[in-house]
Design a binder for this molecule. Structure first.
Ligand code: ADP
Ligand code: MG
Length: 246
């Protein structure tokens, strides 16, 4: 379903991803953990082609793109890939001058060219799903961080992506608001959505993940089931990283 092969991303002389190989089956949840600066956000951004990989292959569902150094990918191929994944950002990135409803409608109208009435019905359904039926007309500044992030999740789902990408979705939230966002993500996992989640919430990671990878220095240090990785890490670097969090 999702395949990443030999993915490399460099910024100028800085090699941020140094050959990533990943496979994710439909309906599974992959959690990515790792220290700050290890390349987690860059990896998600490459999957969604918010960053253009330097080289390697990214395949999501039926869309597959081979990147080559110095060769600009065709825009049509980039869009085909981008439409298959929805991204939820740490800092929400909602349009401040749009209501919650308009924020969720936006992608459907511009990316999917859906008629407005249909987009509105669907946006209202998605807002209800994330527990915000009564906030459709609120602007982001009238919402708590947890509510804004739930709008962000509804927005990511609005284009019916095959893959949902979450980049530290609760890191910007006050502790008491974390739970409401994790609950929504947990429900999506139970529905069988295919998801890749970067998080530092280890208890949540353990519950929700089918597989966990530890990224460090732009390479996958270790990959395994939550039980294996948390209880019987094979690598010293994994042990060290986990011990810092305990
Ligand atoms: P993480 O999400 O694991 O904290 P990032 O993927 O954000 O790590 O960043 C990994 C490294 O790549 C960092 O050293 C960061 O400074 C660098 N980096 C990320 N984005 C850019 C960019 N657009 N230009 C230059 N360097 C970048
Ligand atoms: Mg990051």
């Amino acid at each position: 379903m999702i395949e990443v092969r030999r993915l490399i991303k460099s910024f100028g002389g800085l090699d941020v991803l140094r050959g990533i190989d990943l496979t994710l089956e439909k309906g599974n949840v992959l959690v990515v953990i790792g220290p700050s600066g290890s390349g987690k956000s860059t990896l998600l951004r490459c999957l969604n082609v918010l960053e253009t990989p330097t080289s390697g292959t990214v395949a999501v569902g039926g869309a597959r793109l081979d990147f080559r150094p110095g060769a600009k990918p065709r825009q049509a191929d980039v869009l085909a890939l981008r439409r298959r994944s929805g991204m939820v950002f740490q800092a929400y990135h909602l349009f401040p001058h749009f209501t919650a409803l308009q924020n969720v409608m936006e992608g459907q109208v511009t990316v999917k060219r859906m008629p407005k009435a249909e987009a509105k019905d669907k946006a209202l359904r998605l807002l209800a799903k994330v527990g915000l039926a009564d906030k459709a007309d609120a602007y982001p500044h009238q919402l708590s961080g947890g509510q804004q992030q739930r709008v962000g999740i509804a927005r990511a789902m609005s284009i019916d992506p095959e893959l949902l990408l979450f980049d530290e979705p609760t890191s910007a939230l006050d502790p008491e608001l974390v739970r409401e966002v994790l609950k929504v993500i947990r429900e999506l996992a139970e529905e069988g959505r295919t998801m890749m989640i970067v998080t530092h919430e280890m208890k949540f990671a353990r519950e929700v993940a089918d597989r966990i990878v530890l990224l460090d220095g732009g390479v996958i240090v270790e990959e395994g089931s939550p039980e294996q990785l948390f209880e019987r890490p094979r690598e010293e670097r994994t042990r060290r990283f986990l011990s810092l969090l305990m």
